[in-house]
Structure formats: C-alpha cells, structure tokens
Design a binder for this molecule. Structure first.
Ligand code: CMC
Length: 430
C-alpha cells in the first residue's frame, strides 16, 4: 500500500478504504465512495461551516503561517515589501508572480495611472445616493455598475480583455472611493492627477480644496502606501472567497469585485477597523479599559481588532502598522485614542481569557488610528481596505479562472428539513 494514503474503516459497514493524500490533503470527493448501502447515492461528505479546515483551491499567491505570524506574497516576506517596496510593485508581484523590472514597472505604473478616469455617468449614478450614504455601500454599488460600462469584460477567457479590466479595476477603485467620499461631504469631485503617485493621487481626490495643485504630505503618502501593501492580499479570507466563488460562475470581474467588496463591508472582516475606532471612542478613557475587558470576557461584545481565524500569534501586519503610526502621529499629532488602544493591548495580552484563545491584535487594531489621524472619517475605513485588496482579488480571480481544477462553486449541505409530505389547501391548514 502506498504510504501517502489514509486508511478509513467505516464502522457502520466494516468496510475499509484507502484515500490518497496529496499535498497534505485528501480530496473530499474521494469520501463519496464511502456508502452505507447501494441506495446511499450521495456517500460520505465532510461538514465544515465557515471552511474551518477545507482548502478550496491551490494557490501560488500568498502564504500565511498563522501560528508563527508569517505573511509572504509570492515568497517575499511582508516586512521586506513594506520596508523596501511600493504598493504598485507589490500589486504587480501579486498578479504576475515576480517583482517587475524597471521597464515593466514603468509600463505598469503608466497603465494604472492612465485608466483612472470614470465615465461621467458614474458621477450621476453616485449623485443619486442620499447625502449620508455609507461610502462603502456606494463603492460596492458603483463598482458593480462599472460592468455595464465595459461590456468587453464579459470576455473573461480572453487574456487581453482580462488585462484591461485589471488595469481599470486597480486604477478606478480610488476614483470611485474619492467620488463617494466627496459626495458624502457635499464637495465637488476632485479628478485624478496623473503627476501623483497611486496613494498621492488618492489623497488628492479626497482632500484637494481650492489649490491649483494638491501636494500630498510625503510622510502620509508613504504611510498610506505601506498600509496598501499590507492589505493587498491575504489568501482565502471571506472577501477573496466571495471573489472566487462568484467569479466561478464566469460573471464579469466588476460584478465579482462588487461581491468581494460586499463581503469586506461586514464588521467581522473589513469593517473591523471602523468597529475598533467606535469601540475606543465608546471606552472613552484609559481607566475604563479594565471594566471593558471584564464585559468582553463575560460575553458582552468582542474586543474588536483582536483575534483572527488564521493568526494564533501577533498579526505581522499589526506590528508594522504600529511602527507607521508613530511616523503619522509625528506629523499629525498623537491620536488621543492611542493610549486606550495601548492599554487594551497590554491588559489583553496578560489576560488568561485572551492567552488561552490565542487572541492577539490583528491588522485592524491600529490601522484605524492612523486613518483617523490622516483625516479619513470612520466610514471610509473599509473603503481604504477595499482599494488595495482589489489587486489581491483580481489576482485570485485570474488564478481561479486559469486553474483546470476549479469548477462552479457549489457546496453540499446536510438536509435536516421535513421529509416528503402532501400539499395542504390553505383552508385546511392549522
Ligand atoms: N474578543 C473576545 N473574544 C473573542 C474574540 C474577540 N475579538 N475573537 C474571538 N473570541 C473568542 C470567542 O468568543 C470564542 O470563545 P469561546 O471558545 O469561549 O466561545 C473563541 O475566541 C474563538 O472565537 P471564534 O469566533 O470561534 O473564532 P473565529 O476564528 O471564528 O473568529 C474573528 C475570528 C476574526 C471573526 C474573531 O476573532 C473576531 O470576531 N474578532 C473581532 C473582529 C475583528 O477584529 N475582525 C478582523 C479580523 S482581521 C481582518 C481580516 O483579515 O478580515
């Protein structure tokens, strides 16, 4: 018998099965042969709500070792990319597998820069939202609307078309976000400025006032660029799974990105940084922290920005963010909520409840403090996550499309409902 197999004895029947192990995994479909009887047509299934222990794909993009706190894109440690790289070269790396040469980076930057303009009708579309619409809700809808402007995007098995949509998506997400933000504060839109960097231009579209030329503060521009690097991809998280799952129906990438962004909007995923700030403001002062921790431990709410499905150690992104925070605070002044956050972290890391459950600060714990100090309002926080994550989403989408193993995503279920029964006319129902 080959050694890379799993021997299973079904105690219901006494039958023995050998299931092949490949790359540390068994194929769930191999379990189908395990049946109680000939009329058991479905066979054995694995039950795994939330995909706690199910690999849905093979991927070459991002490696996470949650126990050791390691994150690498295409083999490059996140710490090195954050220290030495830029967001645009990281996006290129994530998509194409290698860091770009000088000329590749030049072409890539040119193409991303020159696809940033939106069709004017998108402006009208955004104008239709109520003045206090959440910018993330506007972003989700507006990116879905883009699919109606680029009908060539349906040609998903045409490499050139895919490339065009990738340029457009990475380039237009900041413009959509800028327009959504300006709409929410009743300001006229600021159009993209091709002389600026990706993050510099984003700051321009948000904060430009009456000056002829907006000049981003280099420290804030760099801090945002690093934050974008840290958020570019994170393997099979909730929104990426949505991107792959929706994309597996062969819909156009704008519709799939809208689905991914909708998944990111939730407070357990990309909405957590907004929730962290709200929590810090609610706590109000450092002396109230022990009381708050007590409430969390008794099951009244969660310590937002703590815990992760994969990291059972300090999230490596949180460490880098903590360092950037100091640089931003030097420019913008210390965020008064920082002391509450530091106290929460100090107490939680010494507390048995958090130690036993391996709950450490995640990427969202400190990012919100930086965003707030730069001048972003709370409801822009998930938007700031969605912009850089777009490169990860489209890379994972393309990898899924080109993977011959991938199929239409369609999980199984364990049916627990009523057995067959006859229709009852309404006058006879009790
Ligand atoms: N505060 C208090 N208790 C917690 C927390 C928390 N933040 N997170 C998990 N727990 C407890 C939970 O109550 C449970 O305890 P028990 O075993 O006694 O029932 C145990 O830890 C395991 O929790 P779980 O919900 O089964 O774990 P999960 O892997 O499903 O949850 C999580 C992961 C991120 C949803 C969760 O840790 C959480 O809700 N954190 C707060 C929200 C947050 O910061 N989200 C951002 C995640 S990082 C950004 C991203 O990558 O999307």
């Amino acid at each position: 018998m080959a050694s890379d197999t799993l021997t299973v004895i079904d105690n219901r029947t006494g039958r023995k099965y050998d299931v092949v192990i490949h790359d540390g995994a068994i194929n769930a479909t191999d379990l189908r042969q395990i049946r109680v009887s000939e009329d058991d047509l479905l066979g054995l299934v694995s039950y795994d709500p939330g995909f706690m222990n199910t690999a849905s794909c093979q991927s070459k993009i991002t490696y996470v070792d949650g126990d050791r706190g390691i994150l690498r894109y295409r083999g490059y440690p996140i710490e090195q990319l954050a220290e030495k790289g830029t967001y645009l070269e990281t996006a290129y790396l994530i998509l194409y597998g290698e860091l770009p040469t000088k000329s590749q980076l030049g072409d890539w930057t040119y193409n991303i820069t020159h696809h940033s303009i939106l069709h004017e009708n998108i402006k009208k579309f955004i104008d239709g939202f109520h003045h206090d619409a959440h910018p993330m809700g506007m972003l989700v809808s507006a990116v879905a609307a883009l699919s109606t402007f680029y009908t060539d995007a349906k040609d998903i098995f045409n490499a050139e078309s895919r490339q065009r949509q990738i340029y457009r998506l990475i380039s237009k997400m900041p413009t959509l976000a800028g327009f959504a933000y300006r709409h929410s504060i009743g300001m006229p839109n600021a159009y993209p400025d091709n002389d600026l960097s990706y993050t510099g231009n984003f700051l321009n579209m948000l904060f430009k006032m009456t000056e002829l030329k907006y000049k981003p503060h280099p420290v804030l521009e760099k801090a945002l660029d690093i934050l974008f690097i840290l958020h570019a991809d994170h393997e099979q998280n909730c929104s990426t799974n949505a991107m792959r799952s929706v994309g597996s129906s062969h819909v156009d990438p704008y519709s799939a990105v809208a689905a991914a962004a909708a998944a990111l909007y939730g407070p357990l995923h990309g909405g957590a940084n907004e929730a962290v700030l709200k929590m810090l403001m609610e706590i109000g002062s450092k002396d109230k922290v022990p009381d708050f921790i007590k409430r969390v431990k008794s099951g009244q709410g969660r310590l937002m920005g703590f815990g992760h499905r994969v990291y059972k150690n300090y999230d490596p992104r949180a460490k880098i963010i903590k360092e950037i925070a100091d640089k931003v605070f030097e420019v913008k002044g210390r965020n008064s909520l920082l002391d509450i956050a530091l106290e929460l972290e100090r107490i939680a890391l010494e507390d048995d409840y958090f130690i036993k459950r391996k709950l450490y600060p995640n990427v969202d714990f400190y990012s919100g403090l930086i965003y707030q100090s730069i001048g972003f309002p709370l409801d822009m926080f998930p938007v700031l996550f969605a912009i850089p994550r777009t490169s990860g989403w489209v890379a994972q989408w393309e990898e899924m499309l080109l993977d011959p193993d991938q199929k239409l995503a369609r999980p199984r279920q364990i049916y627990k409902g009523a057995d067959t029964r006859d229709y009852v006319p309404v006058e006879k129902r009790r």
